[in-house]
Design a protein around this ligand. Structure first.
Ligand SMILES: Nc1ncnc2c1ncn2[C@@H]1O[C@H](COP(=O)(O)OP(=O)(O)OP(=O)(O)O)[C@@H](O)[C@H]1O
Ligand SMILES: [Mg+2]
Length: 160
């Protein structure tokens, strides 16, 4: 008899895109995923995590300049949503963190707590560095390099 995993996973989206049609991919992505608050972007170095997040921020009309988080572990952006409500995005890059303890010291729990109660969005690169900090439900997004221009993205929901 199959044993069901305590962490239910559901495939929500599978798309492939190039830099030419990435804007359409972003629209599809936000249609399907825009009601979630914690987004774990997994994929090899250079897979396109930052590129996709920056395009998504453009689509959401983020007001602040979207800089690369290469040297910042936490970047905060803002955009106005429906009814002019101010929305916060935390763009977190965990690449240079060693483990969960370092992530906690760097203040990641506060960003995640805000996202869990729906008060912010967290877009996380290299989530595997401190995966224990992620509380379901969240989205696990994998970006795979198909060839030099094409990427394939799969989005799974973890937890209910
Ligand atoms: N379809 C595509 N989607 C995204 N990036 C692409 C695509 N095709 C080519 N690229 C190129 O791949 C590179 C992706 O770099 P990016 O910094 O977004 O990766 P990353 O996953 O954030 O890497 P890192 O793990 O170092 O943070 C860029 O140079 C981008 O121009
Ligand atoms: Mg990156």
């Amino acid at each position: 008899m199959p044993v069901s995993s305590p962490l239910m996973e559901d495939l929500l989206l599978q798309i492939s895109y190039t830099l030419t049609d990435i804007d359409e991919a972003v629209v599809k992505f936000w249609d399907v995923c825009g009601s979630y608050h914690v987004f774990a972007f997994s994929g090899d170095l250079g897979a396109g995590k930052t590129t996709f997040i920056h395009k998504l921020c453009d689509y959401l009309h983020v007001q602040d300049a979207v800089s690369s988080p290469t040297f910042a572990l936490i970047n905060e952006y803002h955009f106005s949503g429906q009814n002019g409500k101010d929305n916060t995005i935390f763009h977190l890059d965990w690449y240079r963190l060693r483990d969960t303890a370092e992530a906690i010291n760097a203040g990641m729990e506060d960003c995640l707590a805000q996202a869990c109660r729906g008060a912010a969005f967290c877009f996380i690169e290299w989530p595997e560095k401190a995966q224990e900090l992620l509380q379901p439900p969240y989205l696990w997004i994998n970006i795979e390099t198909m060839d030099i221009t094409r990427r394939e993205m799969t989005v799974k929901r973890v937890g209910k």
